[in-house]
Structures are given as structure tokens and as C-alpha cells.
Design a protein around this ligand. Structure first.
Ligand code: MF3
Ligand code: CO
Length: 291
């Protein structure tokens, strides 16, 4: 993080302002933490004003697609049909589904029902059914900027046990977001999420987490939920990442489908719920880009 930049030089972020009026203070503060042995983000992870604007616009498109798909998530529809609708809507709005062809992923969205934890592949053989809980995870590229968010949908008469899981999973993300502020730590988020899930008798998936996002689909940092307060990467203004814990009704153990290599399920067959938002660390706190 050391820099040869003079205080009157133009800031490295491209704002056009003098360094001393722009990132100088943030860099100094970050350096203090680094010297104390804390993990600090590389400068390249701190988004500039223009980049933030791009990610914000991409995020708007992402949530527009989620808003759009809601009414179609009904008993009898195939996940293939939902995938087609999402592909077309994204195109119509001028975006590209980030999932499509990502590391060989064959579809435009992930749709995960009941015991599917994440990365459910849309198929004409998978029907949405009354009483199920469904995660729709949409990721979009717009003008080269990436956004990522997901929501749960309760289809028809969902047993109260499962509804409660969906509600608590949403609360977990909210509590995680509350922890996002400059000079906090990634671990603060993980602890808040984990405490709330376990206090409600649930468990949190350990192997899969959130991630930096914006210039690429998956950037540093990795955002886990078995982390402790006051540990992990320092939160610095300009960081953008997702919070997307998977909350299991039963045990945390998961397995990946041996034939499609994507679909992740709970080992005990009990349901799992997940919500995802993209969050920006600001100078005063945070901004949820995907609300
Ligand atoms: N949208 C997922 C996430 O939240 C990633 C899906 S990658 C895919 O990070 F290839 F499965 F689409
Ligand atoms: Co994500």
C-alpha cells in the first residue's frame, strides 16, 4: 500500500482531485492497520466513483430482472422456462447474464429448490411445485460491470417451518449488512450471520461464500460466515462484495452432484435458504447496491 504519490499529485483513483483531498486519509488509515498486522485490501479492490456508478447501474438491471421473474415462479412452471424468461429480459434491458458459459455453466441463472443449496441448473425436467421454497440467483453484466443478487420465493402453501427458514435467512443478510462500515472487518459480518442462524437452530454452509464483485464476477475478498468479529479483511471505503449465506435447516454438510458437477445439495436432505445482496463500503457506512 505504500505510494510514491505527492499530496498535491492527482489521486490514483482517477477522480481528478488532488491526492490529499481524495484517498490520502483512507490510505494512511489503511496503512496503520496493515502495520499492526491486519489483512488489508489491495488498492485495486477499491472501486473508483465511475466504477461504482457502473456497478450501481448493473445492479439496477439485476434487481429489475428479479422483480420481473417473481410472478412466474408458480406451481407447474419448469426452471427451464424461468431461465428463458430471464435470458430474454436481461437482453431486452441491454445486459448479459453473467452465469451463461461462466466456467462452463450452461444456463443464464441458478434456481435452487428446497434441499438444493445453490447452483441448481435450470432444466425442462425440473418443475416448480406448490409448497416449495425457491432461490433465484441472478447475475448480470452491463456495460462491462458485474452485479449479483438473489431472492427466495415461497410457492403456494409453504409449511411454516420452511417459511421461518426463509425469513431467518433474510434476517441473516440484513444483520450482516448492518456490520458493513469503514474500519470494521469481514469477520464482523460472518459472526453476525452465524450467530443469528445458530440462535434460531439452523446451521450455515461453510464451503461456499460471498465474494468481491464489480469488475469481474468473482473477485477478492471471499466472504465466509464462520468467521469471528474483529478478524479477516479490513473494510475500506470503495470495497464492493456480496453477502450471500446459505442457511440450512439441518446440518451444514453439503455435496455437489456427481453427474452435473454444479448442483449443490444438503447431505441430510433438509431444506436450505439463501438471499444475496451486493454491498458497497462507503465513507460513512454502506450502500446496498441491489435493493
Ligand atoms: N451467482 C452465484 C454467486 O452468487 C454464482 C453462480 S456461478 C454459476 O456467486 F456458474 F453457477 F452460474
Ligand atoms: Co454471488
Amino acid at each position: 500500500m505504500s505510494d510514491k504519490l505527492g499530496r498535491n499529485d492527482l489521486c490514483w483513483c482517477g477522480s481528478g482531485r488532488k491526492y490529499k483531498k481524495c484517498h490520502a486519509l483512507i490510505d494512511e488509515q489503511t496503512e496503520t492497520y496493515r502495520l499492526k498486522g491486519y489483512e488489508v485490501p489491495h488498492r485495486k479492490l477499491l472501486k473508483t466513483k465511475q466504477q461504482i456508478e457502473g456497478i450501481r447501474e448493473s445492479s439496477k438491471l439485476n434487481i429489475a430482472v428479479l422483480d420481473f421473474i417473481g410472478e412466474y415462479v408458480t406451481d407447474g412452471v419448469t426452471t427451464e422456462e424461468l431461465d428463458r424468461l430471464i435470458f430474454e429480459k436481461t437482453k431486452e434491458l441491454g445486459g448479459v447474464p453473467a452465469d451463461l458459459n461462466y466456467e462452463g455453466y450452461p444456463k443464464s441463472v441458478c434456481i435452487s429448490i428446497d434441499d438444493v443449496v445453490c447452483h441448481g441448473i435450470p432444466s425442462d425436467r425440473v418443475f416448480i411445485r406448490n409448497g416449495t421454497i425457491v432461490n433465484i440467483d441472478v447475475s448480470t453484466i452491463y456495460n462491462g460491470f458485474f452485479s449479483d443478487s438473489s431472492r427466495m420465493f415461497c410457492v403456494g402453501d409453504v409449511p411454516s417451518e420452511k417459511r421461518r427458514l426463509v425469513d431467518v435467512a433474510k434476517e441473516c443478510v440484513g444483520l450482516g449488512i448492518e456490520q458493513v462500515k469503514p474500519w470494521g472487518f469481514l469477520g464482523d459480518i460472518g459472526q453476525a450471520v452465524n450467530d443469528h442462524a445458530t440462535n434460531n437452530g439452523y446451521s450455515v454452509v461453510r464451503e461456499i461464500g460471498g465474494h468481491g464483485v464489480g469488475l469481474e464476477f468473482h473477485e477478492e475478498p471471499w466472504v465466509g460466515y464462520v468467521t469471528k468479529k474483529g478478524t479477516g479483511m479490513l473494510l475500506v471505503p470503495g470495497l464492493v462484495f456480496t453477502i450471500e449465506p446459505m442457511i440450512n435447516m439441518g446440518k451444514p454438510n453439503i455435496k455437489t452432484d456427481k453427474s452435473d458437477h454444479w448442483t449443490v445439495r444438503t447431505v441430510d436432505g433438509k431444506p436450505s435458504a439463501q438471499w444475496e445482496n451486493t454491498v458497497l463500503v462507503t465513507e460513512t457506512g454502506h450502500e446496498v447496491l441491489t435493493y
